[in-house]
Design a protein around this ligand. Structure first.
Ligand SMILES: *Cc1c(COP(=O)(O)O)cnc(C)c1O
Length: 420
């Protein structure tokens, strides 16, 4: 199946007389005929359902759909994108370990990596995307367990150089974890370019309608966990009566471990109803992404011509510094544009407040056009230094183009620019 078809059909195939639409299994628990059977499910928890803290049929159907869209061996949904990022790291890093991250990443992820993981004893070593291979190799330590980046960085909109970073990660014996939120598997399939683990905030394009927060981790099944750096995937897990994930689950070792250990213990698993809503969003993801790309390209070109705008960042524009990478890795540059408005913070805020159709909200990748001022909103907790490292200036506006008629979007922009 191609993506449009997978969006509609993967994960749930009704049998004779079953519901056409993915059913919401709103149950915390599952019944068995005998104590012996329940016991055997505990021995092999991936075989059957036990408890909805870590597995539920509605959620699992959505997990399968996303795994198929990404081309992975398995996926696990989480209650937020933040939870997906956290678990993707905790699944392979313990206190005393470190990992490498590109500096241009989502502000919430910077907080998680710089402060909260640090408190847990896990060090994030930041590297610049333009640093040489040699410099980045030097940043690796004995205890470094992963490399982390975003396909299209939020909000810097730089495109990940998959070839460079997957090579660096693999030469150092660690997986490349990629946040594919802005591209979605429709515009980029990171596993085809050397990524090993993909995460998403499904809150964004996947849901698309701004109805529920969620996340997902997808495992490519390609990484060799037996290279000596990841004993917890290979050696017996005492908390699961001595199973070895690699031995028992082969290519799916990472994602099964994430569910059996981390989801069991942290319990940040979405409700069936949330998964049902996410599935509705996913059904139209492929066709929506095409339209987002088309609308955003038109808006970016409009901004490019305005004399009120210092610069426009959109990897789909031919003179954008990420254009070549976008052409190499993306089927489209997605729906988010970053603007630097002349006159800095003051004019950026004037422009935003004058918009009538586009809403001012802490969201991105909605079906409706929305705007945000990173320096005073999502990234306000960052120091000036961190703001620069994340590629954020005072005049920067993150413009998330929706699916309204393109002429209405541009007319709204025109009148708001005139208000400056
Ligand atoms: C929003 C976002 C997140 C965090 O996801 P939540 O669902 O808000 O927890 C992570 N990464 C990127 C790129 C995001 O845009």
């Amino acid at each position: 199946m191609r993506d449009e078809t997978k969006c509609l059909h993967s994960g749930y195939t009704p049998k004779n007389s079953e519901p056409r639409v993915l059913p919401i299994v709103q149950s915390t628990t599952y019944v068995y005929d005998s104590t012996e059977e329940v016991a055997s499910v505990f021995d092999e928890p991936t075989k059957s359902l036990i408890y909805s803290r870590f597995a539920n049929p509605t959620v699992m159907a959505v997990e399968e759909k996303i795994a198929e869209l990404e081309g992975g061996v398995g996926a696990m949904c989480t209650t937020s994108g933040q939870a997906a990022t956290l678990l993707s790291i905790l699944n392979i890093c313990n206190a005393g370990d470190s990992f490498i991250s590109l500096t241009e990443i989502y502000g919430g992820t910077v907080n998680l990596f710089s402060y909260t993981l640090k408190k847990l004893g896990i060090e994030c070593i930041y590297v610049d995307k333009n640093a040489s291979e040699e410099e980045i190799n030097k940043a690796f330590k004995e205890n470094t367990k992963a490399v982390f980046g975003e396909t299209i960085a939020n909000p810097a909109l730089s495109v990940l150089d998959f070839e460079k970073f997957s090579k660096i990660a693999h030469n150092n014996g660690v997986p490349l974890i990629v946040d594919n939120t802005f591209a979605t598997p429709v515009l980029c399939k990171p596993f085809e370019h050397g990524a090993d683990i993909v995460i998403h905030s499904t809150t964004k394009y996947m849901d698309g309608h701004a109805v529920q927060v969620g996340g997902v981790i997808v495992d490519s099944g390609n990484f060799d966990w037996t290279n000596g750096k990841f004993p917890e995937l290979v050696e017996p897990d005492e908390s699961y009566h001595g199973i070895s994930y690699v031995e028992s689950y082969g290519k799916a070792a990472y994602i099964v471990k994430a569910r059996m250990q981390l989801m069991r213990d942290f319990g940040c698993y979405p409700a069936a109803h949330s998964a049902f809503l996410l599935n509705l969003g996913l059904e139209t993801l492929a066709i929506r992404m095409k339209q987002y790309c088309e609308n955003a390209t038109a808006v970016a070109k409009y901004f490019e011509k305005s004399d009120k705008i210092e610069s426009v960042t959109y990897p789909g524009l031919e003179n954008d510094e990420n254009y070549e990478l976008a052409k190499k890795y993306l089927k489209g540059a997605s729906g988010v544009i970053s603007l630097n408005i002349k006159g800095g913070r003051e004019n950026a805020i004037k422009f935003m407040d004058a918009l009538k159709l586009a809403s001012n909200e802490v969201h991105v990748a909605d079906i409706r056009t929305c705007v945000l001022h990173p320096a005073s909103e999502t990234h306000r907790q960052l120091t000036d230094e961190q703001l620069i490292a994340a590629g954020i200036e005072g005049g920067m506006v993150r413009f998330s183009v929706g699916l309204e008629n393109i002429d209405d979007i541009i007319e709204d922009i025109e009148q708001a620019l005139n208000a400056i």
